[in-house]
Design a protein around this ligand. Structure first.
Ligand code: GLN
Length: 206
């Protein structure tokens, strides 16, 4: 079976790498940490974990990973970003630190630390119709929110105030919260479905 398992990576420069590896492995994926371009070239999809987006950006450049990840996104590699990972997939960021860059690919504007100092962390039950009837138990930790999105980006979940906290565009998926820490597996399954679909379409290796 191992040969058929989706080979996926978790960008392992900073952040909650282990939690994502555990969820992906539990779902039957061949999941490994990715730190170097050769490791990226060996996977079919990549998770960008939560952490600190400005730090992951700096480390990606220091490790020679920035351009390879951008190129992989442009080539259609499925990616799933949680929290800081969502920021890294966004084309536009409000509240970025000076010089902070993102890989981009999602035609969205995110606001960093969108919930202010009073509400740095909170949990809520979130309706995500694309994942079925059961609500998602969503944990937000100094989370961003999507405040604008382009026509090709499809919001999957919003808060009562209208801000979007889960979004998808083609093979790119982003959530402002952390399913990897609550036993929620449906977003990771959706990411793996993108990987399988791309393989089924006979896509060349990256
Ligand atoms: N506030 C962090 C950032 O801007 C994201 C927090 C998280 O990933 N839990 O990168």
């Amino acid at each position: 079976m191992a040969g058929n398992s989706p080979r996926v990576g978790v960008l392992a420069l900073q952040g909650d790498v282990r939690e994502h590896l555990a969820v992906l492995s539990a779902l039957g994926a061949d999941a490994r940490p990715v730190r170097r371009p050769e490791e990226l070239a060996a996977v079919e999809g990549l998770v960008l974990p939560g952490g600190e987006s400005s730090v992951i950006d700096k480390l990606a450049r220091a490790f020679g990973m920035f351009d390879p990840i951008r190129d992989a996104i442009a080539a259609g590699m499925p990616m799933y970003g949680t929290c800081a990972g969502l920021i890294l997939l966004a084309d536009r960021v409000d509240g970025a630190i000076a010089g902070q860059r993102t890989f981009g690919g999602l035609d969205v504007r995110v606001q960093r630390n969108a919930f202010g100092p009073q509400t740095q962390s909170f949990e809520t039950g979130l309706a995500v119709p694309a994942l079925g009837d059961a609500p998602v138990h969503a944990v937000f930790i100094r989370a961003p929110a999507v405040v604008e999105w382009g026509r090709d980006a499809e919001p999957l979940a919003s808060l009562p105030d209208g801000r979007v906290v889960a979004i998808e565009q083609g093979a790119l998926l982003g959530t402002a919260f952390h399913p990897e820490s609550t036993g929620e597996t449906r977003f990771h399954e959706r990411f793996l479905a993108h990987v399988r679909a791309r393989r089924g379409a006979g896509a060349p290796a990256f």
